[in-house]
Design a protein around this ligand. Structure first.
Ligand SMILES: Cc1cc2nc3c(=O)[nH]c(=O)nc-3n(C[C@H](O)[C@H](O)[C@H](O)COP(=O)(O)O)c2cc1C
Length: 194
């Protein structure tokens, strides 16, 4: 269900809901297509679209999570029962997970750094597009975003990187506020002091 809220009110209150605090229902394929269309509407120097999406839904999320868990357990055979459960459910906490994949590469004009930042913009746009459609969202990376052994399991091709896994679902808890940086600590004013 689309949420009607003034943009300024949304931006003043936006919060993520942790993936493990999400449940069904997730967005339908049609809603996901609408969200991905919004998400891809980002600043993109050179119009390269240096990013793409992989959408994980249904039972595949369990199969992939279990394959990821096997890598984790290879590395740490003495994982606690609790952590084995965490590893076995990486992609099945939320009803839908979308990988935002960066395809940034050297280019004669557009710095690779700008292409990477555009993928970050896609991630936040998708977080917000999910909220606009009435769903909770959470931008996570976790170890399997950086471990290339996980890439064939996830469908990430050689040369690509994961900008984020956007978990999308129905919140089971209300959002609470969290501390934000003081402006004085992060802003440098230059010029007129009016
Ligand atoms: C690139 C990126 C990766 C992140 N990866 C994780 C993660 O792996 N685990 C985690 O708990 N939070 C991670 N976060 C933070 C969450 O996305 C979330 O935004 C934050 O905890 C709550 O902030 P918010 O309510 O303002 O969105 C990541 C954030 C970014 C930008």
């Amino acid at each position: 269900m689309k949420t009607e809220i003034k943009l300024i009110d949304y931006l003043s209150t936006r919060r993520s809901i942790p993936a493990f605090q999400m449940s069904e229902p997730g967005p339908s394929k049609g809603e996901l297509e609408a969200m991905l269309t919004l998400a891809s509407r980002v600043p993109d120097h050179g119009k390269l679209a240096p990013w793409r999406f992989i959408v994980y839904r249904g039972a595949e999320r369990w199969r992939i999570s279990e394959a990821l868990a096997r890598i984790a357990m290879e590395d740490k055979p003495d994982l606690s029962v609790e952590m084995v459960k965490v590893e076995n459910t990486r992609l099945s906490r939320a009803p839908v997970v979308v990988a935002v994949v960066s395809r940034a590469a050297p280019h004669f004009k557009i710095p690779e750094w700008e292409q990477v930042m555009s993928a970050g913009a896609v991630c936040l746009n998708l977080v917000m597009a999910a909220n606009a459609h009435g769903f909770a969202s959470n931008w996570l990376t976790e170890w399997y975003a950086f471990d290339e052994r996980a890439y064939p399991i996830l469908g990430v091709a050689e040369g690509e990187k994961v900008a984020g896994f956007i978990h999308i679902g129905t919140p089971t808890v209300p959002p609470t506020e969290r501390p934000r940086p003081e402006l004085a600590e992060i802003v440098t004013w230059v010029g007129d002091d009016t």
